[in-house]
Write a protein that binds this ligand. Structure first.
Ligand SMILES: [Fe+2]
Length: 146
């Protein structure tokens, strides 16, 4: 499947949505911490992988002006997501402020992922060849683990 990388990324988004719901519904602070750590373990490599592969390729997609804008908008979103996480690190996990910040982080992250699925992934699918998408898939897995 030539667009399987786009499917992989969407599946990873769904898993993040699941973990974010679990953080909000966690019956104890211990479980809240556990689910939040799982989010960090998934979202950090996911973002790095996207930035180094699909965003990078869209940035150089000179045949399509929209591609550069989409890539830059997604980069800005990732910056904001990292800022939310830095803010969460400084707050006490059991505090109300932590949870209200987490809810903002969750809403922002969900909107970002939905926007990617609606605009950025279809642009990649239209503009890149089957071989290019396969390269992105390979490089994404490499980038995640570095
Ligand atoms: Fe993503």
């Amino acid at each position: 499947m030539h667009d399987s990388i786009l499917n992989t990324l969407s599946v990873e988004h769904e898993h993040l949505f699941y973990l974010m719901r679990e953080v909000e519904n966690a019956p104890s602070i211990y479980q809240r911490n556990d689910f939040y750590n799982q989010i960090k373990n998934e979202i950090v490599p996911h973002m790095r992988g996207e930035e180094l592969t699909i965003y990078e390729k869209l940035r150089h997609d000179i045949a399509d002006k929209k591609a550069l804008e989409l890539s830059q908008a997604s980069d800005r979103d990732h910056h904001k997501i990292r800022e939310y996480m830095q803010k969460l690190e400084l707050l006490a996990l059991e505090s109300d402020e932590w949870m209200s910040t987490f809810k903002q982080f969750r809403r922002f992250t969900e909107d970002h992922c939905r926007a990617e699925e609606k605009d950025l992934f279809p642009t990649a699918k239209d503009d890149f060849s089957e071989v290019e998408l396969e390269e992105i898939a390979y490089e994404f897995e490499e980038a995640k683990h570095h």
